[in-house]
Design a protein around this ligand. Structure first.
Ligand code: PYC
Length: 316
C-alpha cells in the first residue's frame, strides 16, 4: 500500500459508498474478476483498514477505483464491505458515477464501468442522479420453503442481480425502521437456515443477501424492502442488485412488463425507480435510477504505531 490513500464518501439514497481514488494496492492489469480475486486473496488488510472502525464503519461499502481493461470504459471498480468483496453493487455504482462527476472525470451522459461480474452501463443524469444498466439478472429457483428453528417455514425465490439473493415476498415482521434490529436477527436466521439446508445459488454459490418485502409507505411506490448484506449490515437504499433480483422475479411471474416502472422503497423510506428490458434465456437487463450525494473527501492516515490501524474486526 502506498500513502496517501485518498477517498470520496457519498451516499446513495442513504446507503454509504467510500470510493478509494488513490493509494490502493497494485493489482496488475488483468480482468476485474482477476483483480478482485487477487485483492481478496492478498490485500485483505487494505480492505479492513479502509472499511472497518476506526477509519470507517461496518455499514460502509468500499469501491476501489481501478484502471479499466477497455480504455473506452470510464472506470473499473471492485466493491467490498466489512466482510469481504462483493460481485456488484448498484447503489455503489450510482455513488461512483456521482463521485467521478465530482472529480471532473465524467460528464452527464452514457458511460460504461467494468466490474468483476461484467460490464455495467451508467447514465449520469445530473451531478446528483444516475441510472445504471446492471448485469443480466435472473431467477434461479421459485417458491423455496426454508425451515427455521422455532418459526414457520419462510417461502421465497432465489435470484441473481449481480449478487445472490433470497427474496421473501412476505417479511417475517413489519418492515419498519424502528424494528431494524429484529429484522437483522430474522434475516440472520434465514441466512443460516439456507446454509444448513444446502440451498444455494447456481454452481453452489452462497446466498449472502436476504431480502424481505412488504407494503410501501411512500405514495406511488410498489413495495418496500429490507436488505440484509453479508457482514451483517442492512442496506439503507433499496439495494441496486436486490432490486435487479426482484425485477427478474417479477418479470418471470408476468407481474411487470418490459419498460414498466417499479418504484422500490427502502427501509428508510428512500427509493429507486426501476425497469428492465429482456435479454434472452429468461434473463433481464435491469435499469435502476437513484440519487447520490457527496458527503466528504480526504485521505486516510494509517499511523504505524496505531494498534487499530488494521481495523476492529467483528467478523474474523
Ligand atoms: O446496491 O447492490 C447494492 C448493494 C449491495 C450491497 C449493498 N448495496
Amino acid at each position: 500500500m502506498q500513502n496517501p490513500v485518498t477517498f470520496v464518501d457519498s451516499h446513495t439514497e442513504g446507503e454509504p459508498t467510500r470510493v478509494i481514488i488513490e493509494g490502493g494496492p497494485d493489482l496488475g492489469n488483468g480482468s476485474l474478476r482477476e483483480r478482485r480475486d487477487l485483492f481478496a486473496a492478498s490485500f485483505d488488510s487494505f480492505r479492513r483498514m479502509c472499511i472497518l472502525e476506526p477509519h470507517g464503519s461496518d455499514d460502509l461499502v468500499g469501491a476501489l477505483l481501478c484502471k479499466p481493461v477497455d480504455p473506452g470504459c470510464a472506470a473499473g471498480v471492485i466493491f467490498f464491505n466489512n466482510e469481504g468483496v462483493l460481485g456488484m453493487c448498484g447503489h455503489g455504482t450510482i455513488g461512483l458515477a456521482v463521485t467521478l462527476a465530482h472529480l471532473g472525470r465524467i460528464g452527464t451522459g452514457q458511460h460504461r464501468i467494468e466490474t468483476p461480474v461484467g460490464l455495467v452501463g451508467v447514465e449520469l443524469i445530473s451531478p446528483t442522479e444516475a441510472s445504471i444498466e446492471n448485469v443480466a439478472s435472473y431467477r434461479y429457483r421459485k417458491g423455496v420453503a426454508v425451515e427455521r428453528p422455532d418459526r414457520d417455514p419462510i417461502r421465497g425465490d432465489v435470484a441473481w442481480g449481480g449478487n445472490w439473493f433470497f427474496l421473501a415476498e412476505q417479511g417475517p415482521i413489519a418492515l419498519e425502521l424502528h424494528r431494524v434490529e429484529e429484522l437483522l436477527v430474522e434475516a440472520r436466521i434465514v441466512k443460516e437456515a439456507l446454509r444448513k439446508a444446502g440451498i444455494t445459488g447456481k454452481d453452489g454459490a452462497e446466498i449472502d443477501h436476504i431480502e424481505f418485502f412488504g407494503r410501501p409507505g411512500l405514495p406511488g411506490a410498489n413495495s418496500r424492502n429490507f436488505v440484509y448484506c453479508p457482514g451483517g449490515a442492512y442496506d439503507r437504499s433499496p439495494c441496486g442488485t436486490g432490486v435487479s433480483a426482484k425485477l427478474a422475479c417479477l418479470a418471470e411471474d408476468g407481474r411487470l412488463q418490459e419498460g414498466e416502472i417499479w418504484i422500490q422503497e427502502s427501509i428508510i423510506g428512500s427509493h429507486f425507480e426501476a425497469s428492465y428490458r429482456r435479454d434472452g434465456d429468461g434473463r433481464i437487463i435491469p435499469k435502476i435510477k437513484g440519487r447520490a450525494y457527496i458527503c466528504s473527501e480526504g485521505r486516510l492516515i494509517f499511523h504505524p504505531d496505531d494498534p487499530f490501524r488494521n481495523g476492529i474486526a467483528k467478523h474474523p
